[in-house]
Design a protein around this ligand. Structure first.
Ligand code: SAH
Ligand code: SF4
Ligand code: F3S
Length: 477
């Protein structure tokens, strides 16, 4: 008898589907009896890779497990139920997953009740589940990004049938509200405002792994944020693959500017958002950001490339000129606003000229921080089918050159900070030295300074004394 039941497997053509109207589901959480019994005295741990969207999914899964009666284990080594929450955005994100799964072989041999699940974006790729189930006979559950609200039923079926299960649906996606959740931080929270992505940049797997772009109802977002304010949270980050698109699917004039303003008015001390696509960043949004002191003046604005011809091949819908014009508008309306970005080097057939355009754009803009990546072909995306005439060596050389330019921008901003005083939201004692606290400024710079642990979760004034480029040393002012 087969060990594994494949209930559903992903299909890239269905993942591309954008025709369905998303439903909002508001069911109460149901805990099957056998899961309740199994959870008694047992603990869970979720190991998350990837972006903030996955972090939020971890919190929701934790919510389901705790409703069932599991407690949270201090580490994955101690847990009776481990879930590996994967990312598929680049090849190297995926390679790490195999090593991580392999770690649990011994644990499985020692404890027949130990349960291992794998979920997240990588599971939405065709054949990933099959490959994992074949190579790792101790994986018990595989489920996709759309299947999270069903995890307790899946676990119940696994316990009942004593079979390993794969349940990964590909579809445009619904919105589930009333999600249980155990937040990972007491002071900083992520709140989803949109799910999925409809941009289909030619290199990117996310629209296939996360489904169509769909906005949560304004009332649901506001209710979640209001509760966080009441619980004493200091910072909310509104999340979406492209927050600018918020509300467009309602066709009633609701926009990202509307929701941003309404959340700001709830009085959260710090409000952030990510990610903004440079393509539909409205002046209305800029006006709201400028108007509210609690909206942090720090915008993550992924450019990907500084070359118009490359941007066209990437399907990014803006040009070098329109991007630079937006940077200008931001800096005029919001003086001192920090800008951060993402850049891809080595997209198929990148010419020297196109790469130089990226370097010169970075020199012009001088980002406060930039995440740089070497292009990684993702099966099923249009770019993965493009022939490429650039060698790996050249890609790495370009990557190193880009890092130097990016670093110069970071140093430019950080050197200006020395001697000035900033508001810092204290995360708590640093890992290396319990007497040193660390926290972030409005522009997301990390500052380490001496102070009592009791300051954790408060916003304090810190004077910067030393510049270490990617982090600062300071003293309580
Ligand atoms: N929605 C966000 C980003 C999501 S992915 C946005 O549009 O900005 C985060 C970053 O990963 C992207 O900005 C891009 O720089 C990078 N990325 C995505 N796909 C990639 C690929 N195939 N290879 C290398 N980097 C990639
Ligand atoms: Fe990917 Fe582009 Fe969507 Fe960002 S906007 S998630 S890069 S497809
Ligand atoms: Fe990775 Fe999925 Fe996020 S691919 S970056 S975890 S949306």
């Amino acid at each position: 008898m087969a060990r594994v039941i494949f209930k559903s497997v992903p299909d890239m053509s269905k993942a591309r589907n954008r025709l369905e109207k998303p439903k909002t589901i508001r069911d109460d959480v149901f805990v099957p009896e056998n899961v309740k019994k199994f959870a008694e005295g047992r603990s869970y741990f979720v190991h998350t890779y990837g972006c903030q969207g996955n972090v939020r999914d971890e919190e929701v899964m934790g919510g389901y497990f705790e409703k069932a009666g599991f407690t949270k284990a201090a580490s994955e080594e101690e847990a009776d139920l481990v879930i590996i929450n994967t990312c598929a955005v680049r090849e190297n994100a995926e390679e790490k997953i195999y090593g991580e799964i392999g770690k649990f072989k011994k644990k499985h041999q020692a404890d027949k009740n130990f349960t291992l699940g794998v979920c997240g974006c990588m599971m939405q790729e065709e054949n990933a589940a099959k490959k994992i189930m074949e190579s790792y006979p101790y994986v018990n559950l595989i489920f996709g990004t759309h299947n999270i609200p069903n995890i307790l039923n899946l676990l119940s079926e696994h316990l009942d049938k004593k079979k390993d299960l794969v349940d990964v649906v590909s579809f445009a996606g619904n919105i589930t509200e009333n999600l249980p959740s155990t937040r990972l931080d007491k002071y900083k929270a992520f709140v989803n405002i949109t799910y999925g992505c409809d941009k289909f940049c030619t290199y990117c797997i996310v629209p296939y792994t996360r489904g169509r772009e769909r906005s949560r109802a304004k009332e649901d977002v506001l209710a979640e944020c209001k509760q966080l304010v009441e619980e004493g949270y200091q910072e909310i980050t509104l999340l979406g693959q492209n927050v600018n698109s918020y509300g467009k699917d309602f066709h009633d004039g609701t926009s990202f500017a509307t929701i941003l303003e309404e959340v700001a008015k709830l009085g959260i001390p710090r409000l952030r958002f990510m990610t903004s696509h440079p393509w539909d960043f409205s002046d209305e949004m800029l006006d709201v950001i400028a108007k509210y002191p609690n909206i942090m003046k720090c915008i993550h604005l992924p450019v990907q490339s500084g070359s118009t011809s490359m941007l066209r091949r990437m399907g990014r819908r803006y040009t070098r000129e329109s991007y630079l014009d937006l940077v200008n508008r931001i800096r005029t309306k919001i003086p001192g606003c920090a800008l951060t970005t993402d850049i891809i080097v080595g997209f198929p057939n990148e010419t020297d000229e196109e790469f130089e355009d990226t370097l010169s754009l970075c020199e012009d803009v001088k980002y406060d921080a930039a995440f740089t990546f070497i292009y990684s072909p993702r099966k099923g995306t249009p770019a993965a089918a493009m022939e490429d005439n650039v060698s790996e060596q050249k890609k790495h050389e370009r990557f190193d050159r880009l890092l130097k330019v990016v670093e110069a921008g970071v140093v430019f901003h950080s050197s200006l900070m020395v001697g000035k005083t900033y508001d810092v939201l204290v995360d708590g004692p640093s890992k290396k030295d319990p007497e040193v606290l660390s926290g972030y400024t409005e522009s997301n710079k990390l500052i380490n300074f001496r102070g009592p642990a009791s300051l954790k979760g408060t916003i304090v004034k810190v004077k910067v004394t030393e510049d270490h480029a990617f982090s600062m040393i300071g003293e309580l002012a």
